[in-house]
Ligand binder design. Structure first.
Ligand code: 13P
Ligand code: SF4
Length: 378
């Protein structure tokens, strides 16, 4: 394959309680394929998946053709929690994870006996990059009395140091439960999700100051102007968004929860504060509704504020075909580290199971009240 152009991005590289240090990382986006090339790659991937006893596990933010192919070939498109469960429970010997690195690592941690391939192993995440394991370990050492809860968007080494892993779909429930048991929390790395959960539950939480570079760009003031322009619209926001945005949201939830809300809400116009890759599935599930991207930095917008994750964009059909064809880009983790990282992930999956957390909402927002956090417009 020819080398893809490299782009550089900046992200928050905080220490504990210390925002504002800028880190730099790179990403490479595959060249777009023609319609004929896409069709050829999709058909080749179908053949290779069967040949390799493999299944495709994709996130909603990746290329729409990969999502379609995952569903057409018996794989899965889901949020991080669903991807983790699906990969663990599927009998295929090879999982091809189309998403970012922490999703591939989680699949490998949960299924050490399976081969886990990714189109590009360098597909990172600003939350993961913004929480280096040695700094995080020092922070944990300084607070031995606190229960350590980390977001799934972290390295295996950070997870290995945690008591609990959570995804956006289960964070609120779990922290409410720990708070009710009188536990004090050390939370990393997303400051916005942490602040939101802290506000909602009243839990005693110390927050790492990381952020998602995509969601961090959504702006509350511009969103208020957009809502004034479209008073009939409702706002769907991922909880990685800043608090001025979440304060105006009608529904706050994981990617799957937002897609279900798009389908079930009566309003025809929806403002969406998350990666725009999600619109492919929202349009499928809610045909006839009109979606508006929540505003970012307006006139000063840079490629960072395009509401498209630069690392999710590293997943292309050609990459999926290439790794299956050649058996390359396999996730390898130190087995002892992976075993330590597995315990807090298993705890989360058991907690979700015990709560009988629905993977998909019922379609009835009133009945799904506990699933969606509804905050009245500010
Ligand atoms: P979900 O678990 O809600 O899909 O979130 C993953 C993610 O990385 C959002 O930016
Ligand atoms: Fe990470 Fe943000 Fe990309 Fe999600 S959208 S993978 S949180 S950088």
């Amino acid at each position: 394959m020819t080398a893809d152009p490299t782009h550089f991005v900046e992200f928050d590289l905080p220490g504990a309680g210390r925002p504002g240090i800028v880190g730099r990382a790179w990403t490479r986006v595959p060249a777009p394929l023609s319609a004929a090339e896409r069709a050829e790659a999709a058909s080749r991937i179908g053949t290779l998946l069967a040949r390799e006893n493999a299944v495709l596990v994709a996130h909603y933010y990746v290329d729409a053709d990969i999502q379609e192919l995952a569903e057409a070939t018996g794989g899965c498109v889901g949020d991080s929690l669903e991807m983790a469960r699906f990969g663990r429970d599927h009998p295929a010997g090879t999982l091809v994870v189309a998403g970012v690195r922490f999703m591939g690592d989680t699949a490998k941690i949960l299924s050490p006996g399976k081969r886990v391939l990714m189109p590009d192993l360098a597909a990172s995440c600003s939350l993961d990059l913004g929480c280096p394991a040695p700094d995080f370990a020092a922070w944990c050492d300084a607070h031995p009395d606190r229960t350590v809860v980390v977001y799934a968007n972290t390295s295996a080494a950070v997870k290995a140091r945690a008591d609990w892993v959570v995804t956006s779909s289960i964070a609120l429930d779990l922290i409410a439960d720990l708070h009710a048991r009188g536990e004090k929390i050390l939370w990393a790395p997303d400051r916005h999700l942490g602040h939101y959960v802290q506000q909602q539950t009243g839990a005693d939480m110390l927050l790492w100051q990381g952020a998602c570079l995509v969601h961090d760009e959504f702006k509350g003031a511009e969103l208020a102007l957009m809502r004034a322009q479209y008073p009939d619209a409702r706002v769907l926001a991922h909880p990685e968004s800043p608090s001025p945005v979440l304060a105006q949201a009608d529904v706050i939830g994981s990617t799957t929860q937002l897609i279900e809300a798009a389908r079930t809400l009566d309003m025809r116009r929806l403002i969406v504060a998350t990666d725009q890759g999600i619109l492919h599935k929202m349009r499928q599930r809610a045909p006839g509704k009109h979606f508006l991207a929540a505003p970012t930095a307006g006139d000063s917008a840079t490629c960072k504020s395009c509401a498209l994750c630069p690392w999710m964009a590293m997943n292309g059909l050609a990459g999926v075909a290439h790794v299956l064809e050649h058996g390359i880009n396999e996730i390898e983790l130190d087995p002892a580290l992976a075993r330590r990282a597995k315990a807090p992930i298993d705890r989360m999956l058991d907690f979700a199971q015990a709560r009988k957390r629905p993977v998909r909402a019922s379609g009835d927002l009133a009945r799904d009240g506990a699933l969606f956090q509804r905050v009245g417009p500010a």
